[in-house]
Design a protein around this ligand. Structure first.
Ligand SMILES: Nc1ncnc2c1ncn2[C@@H]1O[C@H](COP(=O)(O)OP(=O)(O)OP(=O)(O)O)[C@@H](O)[C@H]1O
Ligand SMILES: C[C@H](N)[C@H](N)CCCCCC(=O)O
Ligand SMILES: [Mg+2]
Length: 237
């Protein structure tokens, strides 16, 4: 598969801000006139939405960012109930997470939208099944990758390992984003400089800690305001 526009959003880990950056990039692509949709290959962890349906917070954030208010489009082919490693939750439910099924669901969206922003799940090499992982999926999708670095102690090593893994799949890194998590880390600027010196891809910006009023509640999507706030601090590659 080779899409004309879009990005695969990889992260240094789970819970480091991929969804925030994916949503912000959708906002930015729409600002430059691209019809854009978000896609999540597999989501783990659900809550009961206002209509009584099982919802996932990442999928609902991508839906809000994409400006879709209905369930007309499948933004995630596998929504699993438990917030754990997807292949393990799937196995427990006798489901095999299949790259081909994911690519089919993505194909429906790419036929209708100018751009698609695909958010990975967890880190870059999270397994899908006993044979395939998200790196394989990213390779099959063949979109430029944007790496989100969650700025906390340990992120330098995680970021550099992830870059090596992305490059070993012959994928291009379109850029990287530094995301300041809830607590600002000591030596933040120095850590960013260390990464700038070692990641040979464009730096797309640093997202500050979200103001209290924009912080996400557990089991709910990001607000549109939070996505617009983050979008101000990053640029498109
Ligand atoms: N800039 C930020 N300021 C404050 N809190 C943040 C920021 N970025 C992320 N967070 C918080 O960190 C948590 C994880 O963020 P997010 O859900 O975007 O991560 P993720 O990488 O998409 O995780 P997953 O692997 O589950 O998809 C959320 O509770 C979010 O509110
Ligand atoms: C449930 C969680 N928020 C993510 N969607 C999945 C994270 C899987 C991490 C697996 C691992 O690397 O150990
Ligand atoms: Mg996410």
């Amino acid at each position: 598969m080779n899409l004309s526009t879009g990005f695969f959003i990889a992260g240094t880990d789970t819970e480091i801000g991929k969804t925030l950056v994916a949503g912000a990039l959708i906002v930015k692509l729409k600002e430059v006139g691209q019809t854009t949709v978000g896609f999540k290959p597999v989501a783990a962890g659900t809550y009961v939405g206002s209509d009584g349906q099982q919802c996932n917070e990442d999928v609902e954030t991508l839906r809000v960012a994409s400006g879709l208010d209905s369930q007309n489009y499948v933004l995630c082919p596998y929504v699993l109930d438990e917030p754990a490693a997807p292949h393990l939750v799937a196995e427990k439910q006798n489901i095999r997470l299949d790259c081909a099924v994911i690519l089919d669901a993505l194909g429906v969206l790419t036929a209708e939208f100018d751009a698609v922003v695909v958010e990975g799940a967890g880190g870059f090499l999270v397994p899908l099944n006993s044979q395939e992982d998200l790196g394989d999926l990213a390779q099959a999708i063949d979109l430029p990758v944007i790496l989100v670095v969650g700025m906390r102690l340990g992120c330098i090593n995680h970021a550099l390992l992830t870059c090596e893994a992305i490059q070993s799949r012959q994928l291009s890194i379109a850029g990287w984003v530094a995301n300041t998590l809830a607590e600002e880390m000591p030596f933040l600027e120095e850590n960013i400089q260390t990464l700038k010196d070692r990641i040979f891809a464009p730096f797309l910006g640093i997202i500050p800690s979200l103001p209290k009023t924009l912080q996400k509640q557990a089991n709910s999507p990001y607000s549109v305001d939070a996505l617009h706030f983050a979008a101000q601090y990053i640029r498109l590659p």
